[in-house]
Design a protein around this ligand. Sequence first.
Ligand SMILES: [Zn+2]
Length: 207
Amino acid sequence: MKWLLIAGVTILLVGAVAVWSRRSGSSALEVTDADLQRAADGLLALVNPELPSNAYFPEYVTDKLAWLNAEHAAGRLDVRFFHDTPENSLPPDIVMASMWEGGKGVILLSKKRFAADLLDTGGVRPPFSARQRNDFVISLVHELVHLQDGVSDERRVWAEVNAQVVRPLRARSEPLNPRFIEVDKALRACQDRLPCPALERLVRLQM
Ligand SMILES: [Zn+2]
């Protein structure tokens, strides 16, 4: 399979130019739209499963990314930034969301949350950390389960991504967002059976 560079082609900036900033100690951290564009392009390129550095990705991840690649090449799937406005915003804990739009799959990347997560985990410019790469690919695979497998139930998507991706990465001691680890612990406590009340306390069941 020839890996087409999904970066750059796919990510379309929408909304007005914005600067996200946050104070850290005495200095202000600023993230511009251009930074976010470069970071998203860079992370998409970095999760290319054909890179030797990604040999640890479970086959499940490779399959999902291959589907993303094929659908994008066929013009059936876009990845876009989502720009929060007072009238239209994503919940604050959501970094990616997906939907169907005129028969086309769309993955939205929340600019606000993406910027905040990058600032929390090592910065907005390369080199990106293993944690940033892992968190990005897990979120992407989550949306691909919604789109490719047509699963809308958040409990099922979290359980599936946990079993197929998070748990194998944890077994390798890969750095991950603590939220993914909490979800794995909750699902283990439920013996991976749904419904799992501990899981439902941790994840957003509806947008
Ligand atoms: Zn979801």
